[in-house]
Ligand binder design. Structure first.
Ligand SMILES: [Zn+2]
Length: 166
């Protein structure tokens, strides 16, 4: 059709427009991709099931106190314990044999959940950085002769604190 030809006839103009939007287009694409990864991670967190049990598992060898038991000859019993901080102090809790499986599963779920949360936070950071980059690609230097500088990177202010610059 000849109608389509008219549109393609404006080739150079389209090319210019594409060239101008190229960097912001790439930034948009990257940001959208980061959002997809963030969203996928969020869905994974939403699928998480409990119960979660905070702490880490350890094994300890002990004697039971019965002088006729094999542990008195050095073949110690092994028992599992859960350790976690409690009010800033490390606390260890003995796990009865009948609870071992349940606690181990809960601890593993807890570990995975924390890991997913860390990844979510990292992906959120990536999104913020990419949004900032997108903003920079859209920034028009102004005024033309002596443009104002782009914004300073936001981050943790140095220790001692510097006054915030606009
Ligand atoms: Zn014993």
């Amino acid at each position: 059709m000849s109608g389509t030809f008219v549109i393609f006839d404006k080739g150079p103009v389209c090319g210019n427009l594409r060239g101008m939007k190229g960097s912001s287009g790439a930034a948009r694409k990257q940001l959208l991709e980061a959002f997809r990864r963030f969203h996928a991670q969020l869905e994974e967190i939403l699928r998480a099931q409990g119960p979660l049990i905070r702490g880490s598992l350890g094994t300890r060898a002990r004697v039971c106190g019965n002088p006729r038991c094999h542990c008195s000859r050095g073949e110690l019993h092994e028992s599992k314990y859960l350790s976690a901080s409690d009010g800033g102090k490390a606390r260890q809790v003995h796990i009865p044999v009948q609870d071992e499986e349940e606690v181990a599963a809960g601890v593993e779920r807890y570990r995975r959940f924390r890991q997913m949360r860390v990844q979510l936070a990292e992906l959120a950071q990536v999104q913020l950085k990419l949004a900032e980059q997108l903003g920079l690609t859209l920034l028009k230097p102004y005024p033309p002769g002596h443009p104002l500088p782009p914004p300073r990177r936001r981050g943790r202010p140095p220790r001692g604190g510097r006054s915030h610059q606009q």
